[in-house]
Design a protein around this ligand. Structure first.
Ligand SMILES: [Zn+2]
Length: 375
């Protein structure tokens, strides 16, 4: 496994571990600058050591504390951040997915560098250069900037809510299916494939998978392999030139459900939770192929399926981290699950296991079984 610090430097990211606000490389970057902190009421208490350290370096610390406990990255929250960013020289999000997304986008719009003091290892967007936003009630992906600094404190990350650690693991275990989708597309449609990006991702996933018991127990040693995999996911996408190493059918299913939650005006469950559920469906589809469905070149796809973890083992891992393994647990009914099976592959023109099942008419034969198994 490549050294993540070194790999991060190649992508101009300072991935720095520290304790109690002690992050020498980051503090040297921002010394004497005006730093805008972006927090919510859950994360503000965790920011205290970093605020102290910044003041110790002569920084002027401004604070933007969103009043809602779970802010959403939309026109309003992003608009406030852009306005406040204008008087700042650096934006530091204290949180995970949403606050990082807001900081990356506001930084991009105002030409201000940004970073994240990670309070939970819950998603793989730390090092991605795009950001998902809710605009006009719909999810859109906008160009943003990569975080210049990712600050990690094992004590803070291992004490994050278990479900957030579980969401991060869900987003990482999904990569087995992303990589399988990518390889079957390369074989069946001739799509280009990047072996180095795939190998880098796979190795990080395996190390993270081995750390699941430690993560479930809230042990400090569990968080480094998970954070490494979350960071590597961003780098593998840059290396491949697209999101293939980190997004396949399970992400299309998650996106489909997200749109449904938005349409119903309901809060959206964590990204990694929905992705984890999608991963179970993808694994089930892969493992159902042999002995039941034949098609041109099916042997290559059977071989791909053989290498994947089992549905049961993945379910156990997700459950150990408090993640739901049934769609009903996140308020998604059987009808929506059924529609998702037939429609999610249309979200984007990317060949996945869902495309294969829908294209060859296999989904008609298996949809009832999946709806029953995972609802
Ligand atoms: Zn993801």
């Amino acid at each position: 496994m490549r050294d993540i610090q070194e790999l991060s430097r190649e992508y101009s990211v300072n991935a720095e571990w520290g304790t109690g606000g002690d992050f020498p490389r980051f503090l040297a970057h921002v010394c004497g600058k005006t730093v805008l902190l972006l927090c919510d009421p859950n994360t503000r208490p965790l920011a205290e050591p970093i605020v102290k350290a910044l003041r110790g370096e002569g920084c002027k610390v401004d604070e933007l504390v969103y009043p809602e406990r779970e802010p959403v990255a939309d026109e309003r929250t992003v608009g406030i951040a852009i306005e406040r960013a204008k008087g700042s020289e650096y934006l530091l999000a204290v949180g995970a997915g949403t606050l990082n997304d807001i900081a990356k986008y506001a930084g991009h719009c105002t030409n201000t560098p940004s970073g994240i003091y990670a309070t939970a290892p819950s998603m793989d967007g730390f090092t991605s250069g795009v950001t998902p936003l809710i605009i006009g009630g719909a999810k859109v992906t906008k160009q943003a900037q990569t975080a210049s600094d990712v600050l990690m404190d094992a004590e803070v990350l291992s004490s994050s809510p278990k479900i957030m650690r579980g969401a991060g693991v869900g987003d990482i275990l999904a990569k087995y299916c992303c990589l399988a989708d990518w390889r079957i597309s390369a074989r069946l449609t001739g799509e280009s494939y990047h072996p180095q990006a795939a190998a880098l991702m796979e190795e990080a996933v395996k190390r993270c998978e081995a750390s699941v018991p430690a993560l479930a127990a809230g042990k400090k040693e569990g968080v480094a392999p998970l954070m490494d995999a979350l960071l590597v996911s961003g780098y593998a996408m840059v290396m491949a030139g697209n999101s293939r190493p980190a997004s396949g059918a399970e992400h299309h299913m998650s996106h489909y459900l997200e749109t449904d939650f938005l349409r119903r005006g309901l809060p959206i469950p964590l990204h990694g939770i929905k992705v984890g559920l999608g991963t179970l469906v993808s694994l089930y589809l892969y493992h159902s192929l042999r002995h039941r469905f034949t098609f041109p070149d099916c042997e290559t796809v059977y071989e791909e399926a053989e290498k994947l973890p089992s549905v049961e083992d993945t379910e156990k891992k997700l459950l150990s981290l408090g993640c739901p393994v049934r769609f009903s647990s996140i308020g998604v009914g059987k009808d929506t699950v059924r529609r998702m099976l037939f429609e999610a592959y249309l979200i984007r023109d990317r060949f996945t296991i869902l495309t294969l099942f829908c294209k060859y008419g296999f989904m008609d034969k298996i949809a009832d079984e999946i709806v029953e198994r995972f609802s």
